[in-house]
Design a protein around this ligand. Structure first.
Ligand SMILES: N[C@@H](CCC(=O)N[C@@H](CS)C(=O)NCC(=O)O)C(=O)O
Length: 342
C-alpha cells in the first residue's frame, strides 16, 4: 500500500488537493510498480463503456483504456483493479488517492481540468448531450420539448448544459434528478419523465438495457460538446504522460494499420520507419516515458488499436452499434488525431 495514498484518504479532500498538487513526478508510477497493479476508476454500469459482464469481469472502452495502460507499464494488461464509481463519487476518489486514474465517461471542461487538482490526458470519445424520448410523444426534434419533464443524473455536466439549452431557446422543463444512470432510465421507462437526457453514448447504452427499447428513440440533435477522457491527479507529469501516450499509441497504431493480429509480425519485419519507431524496433521511445521498449506492441497485442477497441465495445461488434462519426481518425473524416511517436 502506498503510504502517500493512505495519508490522502485520511486527511480529506481539501488537504489532499494541496498534497496531490505537490506530488513529485514519478510518485504514482513508483507506487503502482510497488503494489503491482493500477487502480482504475470506471463507471458503475454503462454498457460498452464500463460494465461488469455475466462473470463480473469489467468490460468497455473505458475499461480497455485501463488495460492498455497496464500493458504499457507491466507488459500485462490484466494488472488492473477496478473501482466502480458514480458520477458524484468519481473526482473525490481520484483526489483522495483511492484510484490512480479515472476512465469513466467524464467530460473534459476547464473547471474540472484546472480547479480540482486533476488533469485530463486526452479524449477517448467525442460525445454530446442528446435526448431519449418515448415514441408515444411523437417528438422528432429537441425544440418540441417545451414543458417536458426530464430525467437527469446528478453530479454531471448534463444538468447545466440542459438548463442552458432550454433557457437559450425560451423553453421550460421540469428536471427530475437521480444519482445513477439506471435510476434515470427506469424513471423514463416508468413514465416519471417524458425524456431522458445525458451523453448520447449513454442514451444508446441505457436504451439497450430497457425491456422495450423500440418504444424509445434517440433524437438526432446533440446540444453540447462532451469530450470524454481519462484524468489523473495534477503534479505527477510522468504518470500523466504515460496515460496520455497510451491513448496516442492506440490511435497511431490504428492509423498505421497495426492491429492485435499483425503487431508482432510488424514489429519484426516492418521497413516503415514510423512503424519501427512506434513498435520499438527503432529507437527507445518507451524509455523516455519510463516504459518498456515494446510498450506499444503490448498495448496493441493484448488490448488492440483504438479502432479495434471502439468496434468491439461500442461499434459494429457490439450491441450498441455506434458509428465512428467524430471518433473516426482525422485521416478518415473524424477528429481523432494523435501526435507522432518519434
Ligand atoms: N459526461 C458527463 C456525464 C457522465 C455520467 O456520469 N453519465 C451518466 C449517464 S450516461 C453515467 O455514466 N452514469 C452511470 C451511473 O452512474 O450509473 C460528465 O462527465 O458529467
Amino acid at each position: 500500500m502506498n503510504p502517500f495514498n493512505t495519508t490522502l484518504a485520511v486527511i480529506g479532500t481539501t488537504a489532499a488537493l494541496a498534497l496531490a498538487g505537490t506530488a513529485h513526478a514519478g510518485a504514482t508510477l513508483d507506487a503502482i510498480q510497488k503494489k503491482g497493479f493500477i487502480q482504475c476508476g470506471v463507471s458503475d454500469g454503462l454498457p460498452g463503456f464500463g460494465v461488469p459482464d455475466s462473470q463480473g469481469k469489467m468490460t468497455g472502452i473505458d475499461v480497455d483504456v485501463c488495460h492498455a495502460v497496464a500493458a504499457a507499464v507491466f507488459g500485462d494488461a490484466s494488472k488492473v483493479k477496478f473501482s466502480q464509481l458514480t458520477a458524484k463519487e468519481r473526482f473525490t476518489a481520484l483526489q483522495s488517492g483511492e484510484v490512480d486514474v479515472i476512465s469513466r465517461n467524464t467530460t473534459w471542461t476547464s473547471s474540472r481540468d484546472s480547479g480540482m487538482g486533476l488533469v485530463f490526458t486526452g479524449v477517448t470519445y467525442y460525445d454530446g448531450i442528446g435526448f431519449l424520448v418515448n415514441n408515444k410523444l411523437g417528438v422528432t426534434d429537441a425544440k418540441q420539448l417545451d414543458g417536458a419533464t426530464i430525467c437527469i443524473q446528478a453530479g454531471t455536466t448534463t444538468e447545466l448544459n440542459v438548463s442552458d439549452y432550454f433557457r437559450t431557446h425560451g423553453m421550460k422543463y421540469t428536471p427530475i434528478t437521480f444519482d445513477t444512470a439506471d435510476e434515470s432510465a427506469k424513471g423514463l421507462e416508468a413514465g416519471r419523465c417524458d425524456v431522458l437526457t445525458t451523453d448520447q453514448s449513454g442514451l444508446y447504452a441505457q436504451r439497450i438495457k430497457m425491456a422495450h427499447p423500440d418504444e424509445f428513440v434517440v433524437l438526432p440533435q446533440v446540444i453540447s460538446k462532451e469530450p470524454l477522457g481519462p484524468l489523473v491527479r495534477k503534479g505527477d507529469d510522468e504518470w500523466f504522460s504515460i496515460v496520455k501516450w497510451t491513448l496516442f499509441a492506440m490511435l497511431n497504431a490504428e492509423e498505421m494499420g497495426i492491429t492485435s493480429q499483425n503487431v508482432e509480425e510488424q514489429a519484426r519485419t516492418t521497413r516503415n520507419p514510423d512503424v519501427a519507431r512506434l513498435l520499438g524496433a527503432d529507437g527507445e521511445y518507451g524509455k523516455d516515458l519510463k516504459l518498456r521498449k515494446d510498450w506499444v506492441v503490448q498495448i496493441v497485442r493484448q488490448v488492440g488499436n483504438y479502432g479495434e477497441v471502439f468496434e468491439r465495445n461500442i461499434g459494429q461488434g457490439s450491441a450498441l452499434k455506434i458509428k465512428r462519426g467524430l471518433n473516426a481518425l482525422w485521416s478518415n473524416g473524424g477528429i481523432q488525431y494523435a501526435p507522432p511517436v518519434r
